[in-house]
Write a protein that binds this ligand. Structure first.
Ligand SMILES: [Zn+2]
Length: 238
């Protein structure tokens, strides 16, 4: 199974990706990481990338494609990739389809984490840190529970709202650039929308459910009353 996960900045995409990677034993492909690793290797390509990045220019789609092909063509990662933050535009999406096809693979599912701009703003503006113990709260989603005497109004500090503008801008850029990409995958019937405004665990369970179906996992009733467990196909009971 190859997956793409989309979500606006601040939607918790990183957290969810990490869960999925661990549970389903996937390789998390981030183009930023691939670029950094290639530079570190000091290969010819790495040195080329390094000089492009240092000049402030953008790395071309060709180079990104080469790096992605190195992973896609590797037997070790066959049908075990989660694409994180890629593709960012229609050309890249089409490139990816062709590249996967070349190695007899495809994208099986596109997870789209949905969080409204309003909630993202509240996650930022509602953030409070206790200046005494360092506990982090959110005025809207996670207010202090009165269990620590120091976490009172006088000690709870908010950051200024400057970063809200930045977040709004990033959100809008995300929406604009991913819309055509999501349309592309929607036409292929691959997009599953997941509400990213609920608890981290229920988001994870929802995503897990979708992926388990693709992996052919099965819910079984465990010996414990009312308890269900997901197991991989190879462990299915006869
Ligand atoms: Zn405190």
């Amino acid at each position: 199974m190859n997956i793409i996960i989309f979500g606006p900045p601040g939607a918790g995409k990183g957290t969810q990706s990490n869960f999925i990677v661990n549970k389903f034993k996937l390789f998390q492909l981030s183009t930023g990481d691939l670029l950094r690793e290639e530079i570190k290797k000091k290969s010819d390509l790495g040195n080329k990338i390094s000089s492009i990045v240092n000049s402030g220019a953008l790395v071309s789609d060709d180079i990104i494609n080469t790096l992605i092909e190195n992973i896609v063509s590797n037997e070790k990662y066959k049908n075990r990739i989660i694409f994180d933050g890629y593709p960012r535009n229609l050309t890249q999406a089409e490139n990816l389809t062709n590249l996967l096809k070349k190695y007899n693979q495809k994208i099986d599912i596109v997870i789209r984490l949905q969080v409204s701009l309003d909630v993202i703003k509240k996650r930022i503006t509602g953030r409070m840190v206790c200046s005494v113990c360092g506990s982090i709260y959110n005025e809207f989603f996670n207010p202090p529970k009165n269990d620590k005497p120091c976490c009172i109004k006088e000690n709870l500090k908010k950051r200024t709202d400057d970063n809200v503008d930045v977040a709004v801008k990033r959100y809008e850029t995300y929406e604009e650039s991913t819309e055509p990409v999501l349309d592309y995958y929607a036409k292929l019937n691959l997009v599953k929308n997941v509400n990213g405004e609920t608890e981290i665990e229920s988001i994870y369970n929802k995503i897990s459910e979708y992926l388990s179906v693709i992996e052919g996992w099965l819910w079984i009733i465990t010996p414990y009353k009312y308890a269900f467990k997901l197991i991989p196909k190879k462990l299915w009971p006869e």
